[in-house]
Design a protein around this ligand. Structure first.
Ligand code: HSE
Length: 305
């Protein structure tokens, strides 16, 4: 194969109670990427969007992951990578993960599917390390596997794909910048035991609620006692958005990844649209620009077309 085109979905990491463990894939927005083998050695990056991301391979998530995949495969053919991002960098819905996962999946296709999905997640984590300084997998795992995933461990990597009922996500992306590395730096290093007990109770019951399709249990489990109380101060109107969304019928939600996006889960598309109206109403009363998305959870992850 000489050329491959892949699309890679946006993802929501943490999913309220599952910091660095839980994540799910969205149907939209998604990024597009085309990789071509070239006769010249080295990696050349062409950005076909307005985001102005670096084109030096060693400074670009896509370039770093592609180089790591070629190295691990013991080959070093030249590559041209043409990227059209639709997921805005810094949005909190897995923009760097989509770049990283897309590069891993695309190079793997050019290599004749040499790597397993788990190995692709491991490769994509190199991109996360460049973007945020940390090899977390809660975005890249759902980006590659699709659906809802739980990262049980990163060393060694162990990803569990979860059963889940039909769910819709409503997302508001306020146009403010929150750097993942900074949003991680403010988190507590220690957690009191009684807080930890409540948190792992919620993670376990969220996974059970998803498997049983028990929307009431999902709603009760969407509670974060550790990360949200600290990070929500970085996001204007967070509590108001949450309150308005719950009144509109959302099951629950919170900060998407490290923010600034806020996501809410709903049982159906109609409720997700009502939640969108409520979220918009809150942010329309600020002078902050924002984007919104309503998307069903995607069962498939990054894939070649
Ligand atoms: N789990 C990560 C965090 C996701 O919350 O810092 C950000 O990419």
């Amino acid at each position: 194969m000489q050329e491959v085109r892949v699309i890679t979905p946006a993802t929501v990491a943490n999913v309220v109670c599952g910091f660095d463990c839980l994540g799910f894939a969205l149907t939209e927005p998604f990024d597009e990427m085309t990789l071509r083998r070239t006769d010249d050695p080295g990696i050349r990056i062409i950005n076909r969007d307005e985001f102005g991301l670096p084109t030096k391979p060693e400074e670009n998530v896509t370039g770093v992951v592609a180089a790591a995949a070629l190295k691990r495969a013991g080959t070093d053919f030249g590559l041209e990578i043409e990227i059209t991002k639709h997921i805005m960098p810094g949005s909190g819905i897995g923009s760097s993960s989509a770049s990283a996962a897309g590069a891993a999946v695309a190079v793997n296709r050019l290599l004749g599917d040499k790597f397993s999905k788990l190995e692709l997640v491991d490769l994509a984590m190199e991109g996360e390390k460049l973007a945020s300084g940390s090899r977390h997998a809660d975005n890249v795992a759902p980006c590659i596997f699709g659906g809802f995933t739980l990262v049980r461990s990163t060393e060694p990597l162990d990803v569990v794909t979860l059963e889940f009922p039909p769910l819709w996500a409503t997302i508001i992306h306020p146009q403010i910048e929150i750097k993942t590395a900074e949003a991680r730096a403010i988190l507590p290093k220690d957690v009191p035991l009684n807080t930890a007990v409540k948190q792992w109770g919620n993670v376990g019951s969220l996974v059970a609620g998803l498997a049983k399709g028990d929307y009431g249990l999902i709603a009760r489990s969407l509670e974060d006692l550790i990360v949200e109380p600290v990070r929500k101060s970085l996001i204007p109107k967070f509590d108001e958005v949450k309150e308005a969304s719950l009144s509109a019928g959302a099951l629950g939600g919170g900060i998407s990844g490290s923010g600034p996006s806020i996501f809410m889960l709903s049982e159906g598309a109609a409720t997700a649209e009502k939640v969108k109206i409520e979220m918009r109403s809150v942010y329309s009363r600020t002078d902050i620009e924002f984007n919104m998305y309503v998307s069903e959870l995607a069962s498939s992850g990054a894939r070649s077309l």
